[in-house]
Design a binder for this molecule. Structure first.
Ligand code: B4P
Length: 190
């Protein structure tokens, strides 16, 4: 199964993806994690994307599309994956559809996690205090939320038009959200 977890920063995409990995053995493809790994290794790619991510802006499409394409070619992703934080632009969504079609596959479902802006800010601020991720400071968060609203949210009609969009209330406790996500996956598998 190919699943997209969709939502603004702090909506719980990474949190829910990790739970699906632990509970169902699914494979998580997180462009955010890949980019942070590149920064941690101080590779040329990491050096290039570090200031972009620290500003709260989106990394250029060609970089994230290349990262995903490379990762999709690894054996563990052959049976499908959870796309966490990708796609974030229409160009990325179209590239993903083409990459999957080229592999005889497709997106099965897009789960949109609905969380209000005040809760997003509270969560990301909490993570900033715990983990110190530079792009989680409240000022940068505003830029990230702006990028979501202008560049990523317009993908919703794209997936709605394909009949793949499902909405999950992401405001509840993590376990409650996980149950709602599982319920959607059951309807897809049935
Ligand atoms: P990401 O790594 O995707 O960061 P995110 O949107 O904050 O992740 P997520 O929503 O998964 O947050 P989480 O569950 O961890 O992207 C970071 C940056 O990378 C972007 O700004 C961009 O620069 C770049 N980038 C990544 N992908 C890109 C792409 N495709 N194109 C271009 N640029 C790209 O949750 C956050 C917090 O909430 C955690 O502390 C968690 O514990 C808490 N939480 C989660 N669920 C909760 C719940 N139900 N209740 C209470 N707290 C909850």
């Amino acid at each position: 199964m190919n699943l997209i977890l969709f939502g603004p920063p702090g909506s719980g995409k990474g949190t829910q993806a990790k739970r699906l990995v632990d509970e169902r053995g699914m494979v998580q493809l997180s462009t955010g994690d890949m980019l942070r790994a590149a920064i941690a290794s101080n590779s040329p790619l990491g050096q290039k994307v570090a200031p972009i991510m620290a500003s709260g802006a989106l990394v250029p499409d060609e970089i994230v599309i290349a990262l995903i394409a490379e990762r999709m070619d690894e054996a563990d992703a052959a049976g499908g994956a959870i796309f966490d934080g990708f796609p974030r632009t229409l160009a990325q969504a179209e590239a993903l559809d083409a990459m999957l079609a080229g592999r005889g596959s497709r997106i099965d479902v897009v789960i949109r996690l609905l969380v209000d802006d005040a809760a997003l800010l509270a969560r990301v601020t909490g993570r900033f205090e715990e983990q110190g991720r530079p792009d989680d400071n409240p000022e940068t968060f505003k830029t990230r939320l702006g990028a979501y609203n202008t560049q990523t949210a317009p993908l919703l009609p794209y997936y709605e038009g394909q009949g793949k969009l499902k909405i999950v209330d992401g405001m509840g406790a993590m376990e409650v959200v996980s149950t709602a996500v599982a319920n959607v996956l059951e309807t897809i598998a049935a």
